[in-house]
Design a protein around this ligand. Structure first.
Ligand code: FE2
Length: 275
């Protein structure tokens, strides 16, 4: 099973520091020259510095796979680019841990490609898959959830609040409950950068009976910057410190480590949260 060798996630991500200094980001286009993220190493370094300034300490580098990027680069190219970015960050003394991942467009070939090591799961742990739905039509991912479950993989659905159908029907995701996918809400949606519909839907999805987390889906410093600190502040103000921490630190860290994410419930949280 191909996995990216490299550093373990720093322990201070989950403890010691204040949450604003230890965000974990499971969705970020920070590898240079692969997709619509940074064009070169300089831009990638600038984006990584912006992540650190925004309080992010560990990130999964998740270039697009399949969809319009089908066949453009291989999973091993992603792993190699991650190793190169780690070396660059070490040399530049940027304190950011980078693990491999991919932002994978829904495709019936995914289970076979995961089994063959050709799709990179979050942290390359073969436990969670960042799954992107097409924007122009709605494709219900339930049949894929079922097939992924048979090989031990849980989907993390990227930014449902930015999907035209789901944003207007946030209750729809309750049909997915038995498969327990995680909802990835984009930080910039919570701050209103993608408009009112996405912003209101983002908050609505946080009430769904499913695990959720916040990620940057950042692409560059100039457009689609991280926005994690501002999103955390709004979450803290509206839902309290524990929930904000669960969404921006605890659940992303769990998923980066290949562990089950927590679900917010009316009575608290399902699962065991560290102190
Ligand atoms: Fe993305």
């Amino acid at each position: 099973m191909p996995q990216t060798p490299g550093p373990s996630i720093p322990s201070e991500c989950g403890r010691r520091r204040s949450p604003e200094q230890m965000f974990v980001d499971v969705h970020c286009h920070c590898l240079p020259g692969l997709d619509d993220g940074p064009a070169d190493g300089q831009e990638a370094l600038a984006l990584c510095r912006a992540l650190v300034s925004d309080g992010v300490r560990a990130v999964a580098a998740t270039p697009h796979q399949l969809g319009r990027y089908d066949g453009r680069y291989r999973a091993d190219d992603i792993r190699q680019a991650v190793a190169q970015l780690r070396a660059t960050l070490l040399e530049a003394q940027v304190p950011l841990t980078v693990l491999a991942g991919a932002d994978v467009r829904i495709d019936e070939r995914i289970p076979d490609l995961v089994a063959g090591g050709q799709i990179v799961t979050i942290g390359d742990r073969r436990r969670h898959l960042l799954l992107e739905l097409p924007h122009d039509i709605f494709v219900d991912p339930v049949p894929l959830f079922d097939r992924l479950a048979s090989i031990g993989i849980v989907a993390v659905i990227t930014h449902p609040e930015r999907h035209p159908f789901l944003a207007r029907h946030p209750d729809y995701v309750e049909r997915w409950t038995e498969y327990g996918p995680c909802l990835q809400i984009t930080a910039a949606s919570l701050t209103g950068d993608f408009g009112t519909l996405s912003q209101e839907a983002a908050w609505a999805f946080l009430d769904a009976p499913l695990p959720a987390l916040v990620a940057t889906d950042a692409h560059a410093t100039s457009w689609r910057p991280p926005r994690m600190r501002e999103a955390y502040a709004r979450l803290h103000q509206r839902l309290g410190r524990l929930v904000a921490r669960m969404l921006c630190v605890e659940n992303p860290l769990r998923i980066l480590r290949g562990q089950e994410a927590l679900t917010r419930t009316p009575g608290g949280m399902q699962g065991v949260m560290r102190r």
